[in-house]
Design a protein around this ligand. Structure first.
Ligand code: NDP
Length: 407
């Protein structure tokens, strides 16, 4: 019997998921793309049809309403919902999936609209409900979180008896030519970057000021880049699921110009999430800023350069120290050529499709709510090579590093 797939969200990532599901339509079967603005779904569906020959249906949905979601899931008879709307919609979509016994996948953990804080707590709390309904929820199946979790699981399976140190390294060396723009949803991106940093060491979380810790990492195929310590959600599940871990940190690259713009916007209050009074109307500053900034979905044709995201892992194998760096390099222009989206959307959308594919094929399948590193990494790693995200493993001398001195 052929599967039915419902994709929710028609932004940069939704575009890639729609293309990639269509390219694997033997598994995904009948595909529907639904979002708040149906016209965006229609544009994507027309592009998918023109490039792949596969027809996908479209629909309008308010994903904040469980009732509307239940009706749409019933109408489409979806076997799985791929949630690539915003993190604010995670819980309503999970609840609608539970009500209709439909499998669920997302790429970003729940964030409360009124509080710049994201954590798995509320999604993990639905584990029992998902088990009772005999459905699976796969959380964080993007690149980071997502592939980074799988890379750590792969390192654990093939390279280490004990993993002690993990640094997740996220470099985007793309240039879109604008003085300031964000590569994915500006609100989510700016909230993440302007928040305090956090990492985990010896069993506890340590907090830093935003952008307080900077290192220069030498990224293969890109070169040395300023990289800043941020909190990132995959660390929350990895500290639970990787035994023997002593420290885990997350670094992301930012150029001077991006940071200067961001500090300036922050100083004048444009990153605020509380409504302010403006000419008799209430507006939320960061939402207004989103209206002014370039839509990330339009950056595709202008972005040049590469991304490199990976994990730098130190630990012990057969009693000896070992260091391994697993990474993936994508080229913005090549991604655009294939699916009309730049590499940040591509590197998120392809793993979302792969996670859903493995679930539908029952290769990755367990009732309840799960994170990526809980499953056998090998089938996912093979699919990455097949579906456009080839990766590399670099074995270093035990004490060698990719960190370079700041100039
Ligand atoms: P966009 O803002 O480009 O797209 C979001 C889409 O969701 C839009 O089509 C939007 O509709 C739709 N949407 C928002 N609210 C609702 C709602 N209430 N009901 C229905 N549809 C809604 O975001 P991206 O495509 O860049 O990102 C998508 C997701 O991927 C986000 O959750 C992001 O955090 C995550 N992500 C994960 C990464 C990873 O590596 N794990 C990396 C990058 C992103 P409209 O067009 O009307 O605004």
């Amino acid at each position: 019997m052929s599967n039915k797939t419902l994709i929710i969200g028609a932004g940069g990532v939704g575009n890639v998921v729609a293309f990639k599901c269509a390219m694997n339509s033997d598994v995904f079967g009948e595909i529907t793309l639904a979002s708040r603005t149906k016209s965006k779904c229609d544009v994507i569906a027309a592009n998918v049809k023109a490039k792949t020959g596969v027809e996908i249906a479209t629909a309008e949905i308010d994903a904040d309403s469980v009732e509307a979601l239940v009706a749409l899931i019933k109408e489409t008879q979806a076997d799985i919902v791929i949630n690539v709307a915003l993190p604010y919609q995670d819980l309503t979509i999970m609840d609608a999936c539970a009500a209709t016994q439909t499998h669920y996948l997302d790429t970003a953990n729940y964030e409360h609209p009124d509080e710049a804080k994201f954590e798995y707590k509320e999604q993990w709390a639905r584990d029992q409900l998902f088990r009772e309904q005999h459905i699976m929820g796969l959380l964080g199946s993007g690149f980071d979180p997502g592939v980074t979790n799988v890379f750590v699981a792969y390192a654990q399976k093939h390279y280490f008896d004990e993993i002690h140190y993990v640094d997740i390294l996220d470099c985007n060396a793309g240039d879109h030519g604008y003085p300031f723009a964000t590569n994915f949803n500006p609100e989510i991106n700016l909230r993440e970057v302007s928040a305090k940093g956090r990492y985990w060491e010896n069993g506890e979380w340590k907090e830093t000021e935003p952008m307080e810790i900077k290192m220069v990492w030498d990224y293969p195929e890109v070169g040395p880049k300023d990289s800043y310590l941020l909190y990132h959600e995959e660390m929350e599940s990895l500290v639970k699921n990787i035994p023997h871990l002593k420290r885990i940190r997350f670094f992301m690259t930012f150029g001077e110009s991006y940071l200067t713009h961001m500090r300036c916007l922050e100083n004048v209050g444009m990153l605020g999430i509380e409504p302010v009074e403006h000419n008799g109307q209430k507006i939320v500053p960061i939402e207004f800023l989103k209206t002014l900034l370039p839509d990330p979905a339009t950056l595709g044709p202008r972005t040049k350069g590469k991304t490199n995201i990976g994990v730098f892992v130190r630990g012990i194998k057969d009693g000896k120290a070992r260091t391994v760096y697993i990474y993936q390099v994508s080229d913005h222009e090549k991604c655009y050529e294939e699916v009309m989206s730049q590499a940040v959307s591509y590197t998120t959308g392809v793993p979302a499709m792969i996670g859903a594919k493995l679930m539908l094929q029952k290769i990755w399948f367990e009732e309840g709510v799960h994170n990526m590193e809980e499953f056998d990494p090998d089938p996912f790693m093979e699919e990455l090579n097949r579906q456009g995200l080839p990766w590399q493993v670099m074995e270093l001398a035990p004490n060698e590093t990719r960190e370079v001195e700041a100039s």
